[in-house]
Ligand binder design. Structure first.
Ligand SMILES: NC(=O)c1ccc[n+]([C@@H]2O[C@H](COP(=O)([O-])OP(=O)(O)OC[C@H]3O[C@@H](n4cnc5c(N)ncnc54)[C@H](O)[C@@H]3O)[C@@H](O)[C@H]2O)c1
Length: 359
């Protein structure tokens, strides 16, 4: 790891970064706590075969910072944290490794709460929780919140309704055509909400199993070959629900939709894309706001999971999306910049109160 890798920890404003190793099980993990201004850092554990430790460090620093913003904007009393386990989960994931990891999470004594992310599942969190109290996203059988894509999709739908109201005056997608890229866990629930609301849908997914699921469950959904065909087709809303970086210069230039609102993380491929979207008159619902239903769902588990309470909180994504559009117009900035500002204000204003000593 180079000096610049290490200095990234300090220049990124992170509070604490912990390297964890257990040679017997092959565990190599990094836990990054970006901010605890609003409360303990919450963010998932990504299990991924990083090419180098430097790459893993860069990812965990970026992701943990993102969680500070997401949790702040979601109105949670939680800061930002994230963890990465280095290695191919299909090859090295064992009960012993996950439990070794759980002991490191426990060692932070509640400064960091973990959850699922790419490469980790509710069953894995059940195992981690055998060694630590600071685990969310466990299975319902273990008292957990279960699959977070339920409220993630619900939150995306709320963001879409708010975008529809902003643009078309009615908080409904009835009669609109929505293009969904990625018919996975979130995409499937999202389709259910949209169909119920009266929208028509065109979708794409390279995975045959996803298309079969569509044909069986929603035969009325039009299927197209790939994302290029999807974005060029006549759609009102584009919902990226697959991978990050969905919005690059070429995609923005080709889009027929006037709203982009989807579940994928880090949709803007590079800084500046938000301005291209604005210049083309495309309303962009900030990804980390509209996909925060998942973190709201797992955060609820900390106090004993109650689905209805978590759903009520996720409904707030509707109002926050509208607030961000209003702030964006007021301050003359794209919605993604307005979202960052709102999150930073909450971290500053509420975080400042923590300086008031309570005996
Ligand atoms: N699940 C959650 O609670 C949650 C929370 C916040 C954000 N997200 C983000 O939402 C996105 C979807 O999450 P998910 O849990 O549904 O994942 P998933 O893995 O269940 O589904 C993703 C789907 O996208 C498809 N896909 C892959 N490449 C594609 C492409 N080029 N074009 C179209 N489809 C493609 C896959 O085949 C898969 O069916 C991810 O970016 C994830 O990080 C998920």
């Amino acid at each position: 790891m180079s000096d610049s890798d290490v200095s990234a920890v300090f220049t990124g404003g992170h509070e604490q970064v912990v390297f964890c190793q257990d040679e017997e099980t092959g565990l190599k993990a990094i836990i990054a706590i970006h901010s605890t201004l609003l409360g303990p850092g919450l963010g998932g554990t990504r299990f991924f075969p990083y090419a180098s430790e430097g790459e893993a460090l860069a990812d965990v620093l970026r992701l943990s910072r993102g969680m500070s913003y997401k949790n702040a904007l979601a109105g949670l009393d939680l800061g930002g944290g994230k963890a990465v386990i280095i290695g191919d989960p299909n090859e090295i994931k064992t009960e012993a490794l996950l439990r070794a990891y759980g002991r490191f999470v426990e060692s932070l004594n509640g400064r960091y709460y973990t959850a699922c992310d790419v490469g980790t599942y509710v069953q894995d969190m059940d195992v981690v929780a055998r060694e630590s109290r600071f685990v969310t996203g466990r299975s319902p059988e273990s008292g957990g919140a279960g699959d977070s894509s339920v409220l993630t999709a619900y939150g995306v739908f709320q963001g879409m309704r708010a975008s529809a109201e902003h643009l078309w005056g009615t908080p409904s997608l009835a009669g609109k055509r929505v293009g969904i890229a990625g018919v996975g866990k979130v995409g499937r629930y999202l389709i259910g909400h949209l169909i119920e609301d009266g929208a028509s849908i065109v979708a794409t997914d390279p995975y045959q199993g996803a298309l079969e699921w569509l044909r069986t469950n929603y035969a009325q959904v039009e299927i197209v070959a790939d994302t290029a065909e999807l974005i060029a087709s006549d759609i009102d809303v584009y919902a990226p629900c697959a991978l990050g970086g969905a919005l690059d210069d070429d995609t923005v230039a080709a889009l027929t939709a006037t709203v982009v609102c989807g579940a994928a993380n880090n949709q803007l491929a590079h800084p500046g894309v938000e301005k291209l979207l604005e210049a083309r008159g495309i309303l962009y619902a900030p990804d980390y706001l509209v996909n925060s239903g998942g973190v709201i769902q797992v955060a609820d588990e900390i106090h004993g999971f109650d689905f209805e309470r978590a759903k009520r909180r996720a409904s707030g994504i509707f109002d926050t999306t509208k607030k961000i559009y209003a702030l964006a117009s007021e301050e003359g900035v794209p919605p993604s910049v307005a979202a960052d500002r709102l999150a930073e204000r909450r971290m500053r204003d509420v975080g400042r109160l923590r300086g008031v000593y309570l005996p």
